[in-house]
Design a protein around this ligand. Structure first.
Ligand code: COA
Length: 171
């Protein structure tokens, strides 16, 4: 068998099986600078939302290998502030994949470099839709879950996906 044939077969098999959660997972750090903060020295909420949207979009494009748009952001809470000079750490993973849409979960932590202590400050769930060259929603590869945690998150996200659809379409 020629190598190119082997490659095509492997690619095709991966497409059927889907991509794993770790294939698209992303982590990012942001050093909190004066321009990111309000007069109290806390990071602006809108800045955190922008960081969340950016890292979650990276996960969605890594999985789909397509341009994506943000369809929704929900469940965003600010549990505690991130302070000027701290390090913001963002972790994003794919929870669920529909036909053309993907739910990404993001968690944000603040780290104090003096103590090395890290605490959870925010979480959010975002849905992205992959687009074809004409800008229409396009099918994406399935998500292959491996660990019990990934399987639990997939099932919970599938329920949310159905609930969103129900709210939008009444069906
Ligand atoms: C998101 C968007 C592409 C959906 O287009 P649409 O014509 O409504 O497409 P469909 O009804 O066929 O839905 C396509 C997918 O999007 C999902 N979807 C649509 N609206 C959604 C919403 N508000 N929240 C979550 N998912 C949504 C559907 O469930 C479907 O998923 P599936 O294929 O996995 O089942 C369109 O509404 C859009 O372009 N919105 C603006 C996006 C934008 O500008 N974002 C900000 C900047 S990136």
């Amino acid at each position: 068998m020629f190598p190119s044939v082997i490659y095509v077969r492997m690619f095709f098999m991966k497409d059927i099986k889907g991509n794993s959660v770790s294939d698209s997972a992303a982590e990012a750090v942001q050093v909190v600078l004066p321009n990111d903060t309000n007069p109290l020295g806390n990071v602006l909420g809108g800045r955190v939302m922008h960081w969340i949207d950016m890292i979650a979009a990276v996960v969605a494009v890594r999985h789909s290998k397509r341009p994506v748009v943000t369809a929704s952001m929900e469940g965003l809470e600010f549990h505690s502030p991130i302070r000027l000079g701290q390090i913001a750490i963002l972790k994003a993973v794919l929870n669920y994949v529909g036909r053309t849409s993907m739910e990404v979960g993001v968690e944000v932590y603040a780290e104090d470099f003096r103590t090395g202590k890290r605490h959870h400050t925010s979480s959010a769930l975002l849905t992205y839709v992959a687009l074809d060259d004409e800008g229409n929603p396009t099918p994406i590869p399935p998500l292959h879950t491996e660990t019990p945690d990934e399987k639990r998150r997939y099932m919970e996200a599938e329920k949310r996906y159905q609930e969103r659809k129900q709210r939008r379409t009444g069906r």
